[in-house]
Design a protein around this ligand. Sequence first.
Ligand code: SAM
Length: 239
Amino acid sequence: AEVVGGGDKEVVKDYFNNSGFQRWKKIYGETDDVNRVQKDIRLGHAKTVENTIKMLTDESPLRGVTVCDAGCGTGSLSIPLAKEGAIVSASDISAAMVAEAEKQAKEQLLAGKDDLLPAPVIPKFEVSDLESLEGKYHTVVCLDVLIHYPQSKADGMIAHLASLAEKRLILSFAPKTFYYDLLKRVGELFPGPSKATRAYLHSEADVERALQKVGWKIRKRGFITTQFYFAKLVEAVPA
Ligand code: SAM
């Protein structure tokens, strides 16, 4: 079903500048004021970040590598990437998210900089939807963003992200396999007024097809699950 009134993108942007910002800042943070479901999602998401870092450092270190973190949220990935020595360009459609990510990055990267030698390069932050991003990066990463868009939109987003990447593209998405399971839980994922957003699931075959259409192939696959969090992680490279 189509979202009535306005495209998905405007709805998503509004959500992540308001109630969604409050909700996800808490989930992605470290404070204790989260409920059981939120705590579980926090854990699942942390695993996705950890697996992504593993995928990215598997064959060679990240020092000096340019990485675009599209839809960076509060910086959960950008900050550890910077700690690994990557030159990070972080962006998000939500100005609130970008401001929080920038604050977190300065706190976490400058505070302990004496322990990290050489000192990490602070990511470059920008408010932008990923569709408008330009430039070339060795690596492009986009975690847990596609869930906000139907496959018809995701195709174009995947194609654009691939066009920004020279060597590899890492994507995470909620797999369609768990559709019914997730449906049951969607009420808990987006409770109350924030129901304005909905979760879209993507089949791995559809994501793979979108990549193939622009000349990319999947090289590595990962799967992360906790009780309330499901994500497929794929690393794609030019075919
Ligand atoms: N990638 C981050 C992470 O894994 O920690 C954040 C994930 S959060 C569930 C989804 C993020 O995608 C939000 O910060 C939201 O503002 C952002 N977003 C949604 N649509 C976007 C778009 N079209 N372009 C850029 N960012 C977008």
